[in-house]
Design a protein around this ligand. Sequence first.
Ligand SMILES: Nc1ncnc2c1ncn2[C@@H]1O[C@H](COP(=O)(O)OP(=O)(O)OP(=O)(O)O)[C@@H](O)[C@H]1O
Ligand SMILES: [Mg+2]
Length: 233
Amino acid sequence: MAHGEALIRCRDVHKVYGDGTATVTALGGVDLTVTAGEFIALLGRSGSGKSTLIHLIGGLDQPTSGEIRVEGRSLGELDDSALTLYRRHTVGLVFQFFNLIPTMTVLENVLFPSVLDRRLPRTEARERAAALLEAVGLAERQSTTPDRLSGGQQQRVALARAWINRPTIVLADEPTGNLDSTTEQEILELLGRLARDEGTTILMATHSPEAMAVASRVVHLQDGRLADEAASC
Ligand SMILES: Nc1ncnc2c1ncn2[C@@H]1O[C@H](COP(=O)(O)OP(=O)(O)OP(=O)(O)O)[C@@H](O)[C@H]1O
Ligand SMILES: [Mg+2]
């Protein structure tokens, strides 16, 4: 998809958790359009619905009502296998606590999504993983295990892993929430560089004011709704 086109469209998205007796409205009607090539920082207080929105766009959960379209397809209309493919091909995920597999080496962690996906032949996948590890400055640490790396280095591995399958969108949920401020800056810059080099669109939930400097747009969530009128469509 060319830069400048609508990539993600959320229309009146609601998410209500609970069983009828005790319910929580995490999202109360979100309208958001994300254009290909944008780097969006999603800001909001704890509990404002940032992770919920990221999970819905990532196809990890479904809205209670409303519609999410990505590349023109409505996620609610995808069957299980199409949704699995969507999660593998279209989306890359980065988490606050890295979520690396401790028993795998750095290289194996980066390769893991490509092993599940099986689109890339093994040699190509290895070459791409090596190139991504080089890009994040960890070419020398391929054979080590995550427990021997610092938090910032573990997040670099997670970035390489998020990009291995050439995702259209990277969804990052507080990727610097567990890092000191110098490391935070490095990770934010890396996210920006990977997005530019790979042509990826980014939606990043964050509490960090630093994020505003790297993002192309800042969107505020307040009690499950977008606070910034200019950000909604
Ligand atoms: N699985 C769940 N079951 C019930 N309630 C939930 C669930 N997940 C989230 N919530 C509630 O939905 C609301 C939004 O939560 P969400 O995790 O999206 O917020 P957030 O903006 O990511 O917060 P934080 O900055 O603390 O990560 C909160 O009130 C939360 O308690
Ligand atoms: Mg959250």
